[in-house]
Ligand binder design. Structure first.
Ligand code: SAM
Length: 220
């Protein structure tokens, strides 16, 4: 199967329009915009939603979970300040779309998903797309992935009541964590820099994410 076969002129055009919109909405990182213009989001969603793949909206991916809105994906990725050298831990693989973006912009990605069917699907598409720098794990991401810690960056793509302690411990000094924190219904997206074990916190704005469930997250 040739992955380019699935990328029609129409998809490319809509992707470019999406990139223009993200720029207008305030995304300034050229490397992030370039990658969002490259990754074929329509390959990560159910076939019947292909028509709306490049709309700036979250979409269902099964199991009552979602692929995040492109603006939020871009905002979170931009906040990570990736240079290409980082080892990134991602909690909540979901569709694998954000994982692909991280794999393009960093050295290695360690991604954890708690729902097996989603992990299997995302793994299949990411392997099909040829990514060799992604490590997959099925399990409770609130506990992190001790074996490969510490990480330069940690991104949590589900909402937490607070920072899961193991994730904070597995973040390097000077590392950056991006995480939505709040209630189950509404959260703020935070960029947190670890400096001398202290937290330098920036609020990136209000968001609505599906819950992060698990030992250091919400109880199901
Ligand atoms: N970034 C994803 C994408 O691009 O499609 C969207 C992720 S979706 C908003 C959140 C994901 O977090 C869901 O797939 C959900 O199953 C997963 N999740 C929830 N709690 C988790 C946990 N404790 N560990 C790992 N994954 C978890």
């Amino acid at each position: 199967m040739d992955k380019e076969l699935f990328d029609t002129w129409e998809h490319k055009k809509k992707r470019q329009e999406l990139v223009n919109l993200l720029r207008e909405e305030g995304i300034t990182s050229e490397s992030v915009l370039k990658v969002l213009g490259k990754i074929q989001r329509h390959l990560f969603i159910p076939k019947e939603l292909e028509e709306v793949a490049y709309e700036n909206q979250a979409l269902p991916i099964g199991e009552f979970q979602t692929i995040s809105q492109p603006f939020i994906v871009a905002l979170m990725t931009q906040a990570l300040e990736l240079s290409g050298k980082e080892r990134v831990l991602e909690i909540g693989t979901g569709s694998g779309y954000q994982t692909a973006i991280l794999a393009e912009l960093s050295k290695e990605v360690f991604t954890i998903e708690i729902r097996e069917s989603l992990l299997e699907k995302s793994k299949k598409i990411l392997e099909f797309l040829g990514y060799k720098n992604i490590h997959f794990k099925l399990g409770d991401g609130t506990k992190g992935w001790e074996e490969f810690a510490p990480y330069d960056r940690i991104i949590v793509t589900a909402s937490a009541p607070e920072i899961p302690i193991p994730l904070w411990e597995q973040l390097k000094e000077d590392g950056i964590m991006v995480i939505p924190i709040g209630s189950r219904e509404y959260q703020n997206l935070y960029k947190i820099i670890k400096k001398l074990d202290k937290k330098l916190v920036e609020n990136l704005g209000g968001v609505v994410f599906v819950p992060l469930i698990g030992e250091y997250g919400w109880k199901e």
